[in-house]
Ligand binder design. Structure first.
Ligand SMILES: [Zn+2]
Ligand SMILES: [Zn+2]
Length: 393
């Protein structure tokens, strides 16, 4: 219980840090003030910091064994382009920008974990790389990896937390295998031949083709890939036309394809390849053409079995087994870029509590967290690191 006491000692500082980050949110790759604050704090602990991927910050903590394994702990730093609708004193000072995903909490928890782990350094059988990552919302992890965050020294495993409002406060979500979705983002331009709505037979109508596309692709899951493979094809933007009596030349559809399983190019159960073919076929039936712009944005976070059982054991000791739920989400997390390279685990830290007003979904203008859960997060990080070096490295 010594760790819990240490965490409790810093509760007020933890909350103050989170509120400060919350008040001054910054968008991805523009986390200038945030990065400086993180650096200053880590340096005050005696750690040397390094800038990586522009606004990213990394710092190494050496334990007792300098040749021991290296565990990476990751917190993300970016906020979202949302106008905050909360009225508390530490609400966003930056119009149109808001920490609406809990990354403010991730940074605060990680800084306090760094403080406690620094104090315990002579008990650590390995080394910790603290990584503060920019631009999680638009796949910023890969840039850090491209710039070498997993090397020098080589990272052996990684651990991250995400505060999670779909799970109630006091509980955590831990599950081996895929826990967040792979995502491709698409823009499809369906082109026909414009004309008069009084003479539709003389035009080639891209609107009805688009309507069919939106409906028919919903059958990809079950008819073309297994119902057991969770897939969500969603349209977020439908654009076309200029006036009610004009058939437009083209309609543009934009959206996301999310799937909770591995599917590479050419795999029969790759929903994006199925999507591309079905949309092309539907457009052909309508006499329309179509062009695609499809980008793969994130892989699925796939929790490593050994790292997952480590996190499970730590959470069970802290909270009891009844407080651990198996949880997976169709949201995305670019922590997948770390998972693709080294054995990793992402733990969801439940934060929903009616009295704390923290039941809004992530990315909502009223999103907030239950600050009572912050100490649990710090304890998970500290104990997770200790356990990793004791038994798993
Ligand atoms: Zn988010
Ligand atoms: Zn997030």
């Amino acid at each position: 219980m010594e760790i819990r006491r240490a965490v409790e000692t810093y509760r007020e500082e933890l909350i103050a840090l989170r509120r400060d980050f919350h008040a001054y949110p910054e968008l991805g790759f523009r986390e200038f003030r945030t990065a400086e604050k993180v650096e200053t704090y880590l340096q005050s602990l005696g750690l040397e910091t390094e800038r990586i991927a522009g606004t990213g910050v990394a710092a190494m903590l050496d334990g007792r064994r300098k040749d021991g394994a290296v565990l990476l702990l990751r917190a993300d730093m970016d906020a979202l382009p949302i106008q905050e609708e909360n009225s508390f004193a530490f609400a966003s000072m930056h119009p149109g920008v808001m920490h609406a995903c809990g990354h403010d909490a991730h940074m605060a928890m990680m800084l306090i974990a760094a403080k406690i782990l620094t104090e315990m350094a002579d008990e650590l059988e390995g080394r910790i790389k603290f990584v503060f990552q920019p631009n999680e919302e638009i796949a910023g992890a890969q840039l850090m990896i491209d710039e070498g965050v997993l090397e020098d020294p080589h990272v052996d495993a990684s651990l991250a937390l995400h505060i999670w409002s779909p799970i109630e406060s006091g509980k955590v979500g831990i599950k081996a295998g895929p826990v967040t979705a792979s995502m491709d983002v698409f823009s499809v331009t369906i082109s026909g031949r414009g004309g008069h709505t009084g003479y539709p037979e003389s035009a080639v109508d891209p609107v009805i083709a688009a309507a069919n596309v939106i409906q028919q692709v919903q059958q990809i899951q079950t008819r073309l890939i297994s119902p057991m493979n969770a897939t969500a094809i969603m349209f977020g933007k439908v654009q076309g036309g200029s006036k009610n009596n004009i058939i437009p030349d083209e309609v543009v559809l934009e959206g996301t394809i999310r799937y909770l399983y591995a599917a590479g190019p050419g795999d029969l159960h790759n929903p994006t390849e199925r999507f591309r073919k079905l949309v092309t076929d539907i457009c052909t039936v309508h006499g329309c053409g179509c062009t695609f712009d499809i980008q793969h944005e994130n892989d699925a976070v796939v929790n490593h079995p050994t790292m997952t059982s480590m996190a499970f054991d730590v959470a069970k000791e802290m909270l009891g087994e009844s407080c651990i739920t198996e949880h997976a989400s169709m949201a995305c997390e670019d922590f997948s870029a770390f998972c693709d390279q080294v054995p990793s685990v992402l733990v969801f830290l439940g934060t929903a509590r009616e009295e704390a007003g923290s039941t809004y979904p992530h990315h909502n203008p009223k999103f907030t967290i239950d600050e009572a859960t912050l100490t649990t997060g710090v304890e998970l990080l500290v104990r997770g690191a200790m356990r990793y070096f004791e038994r798993y490295s």
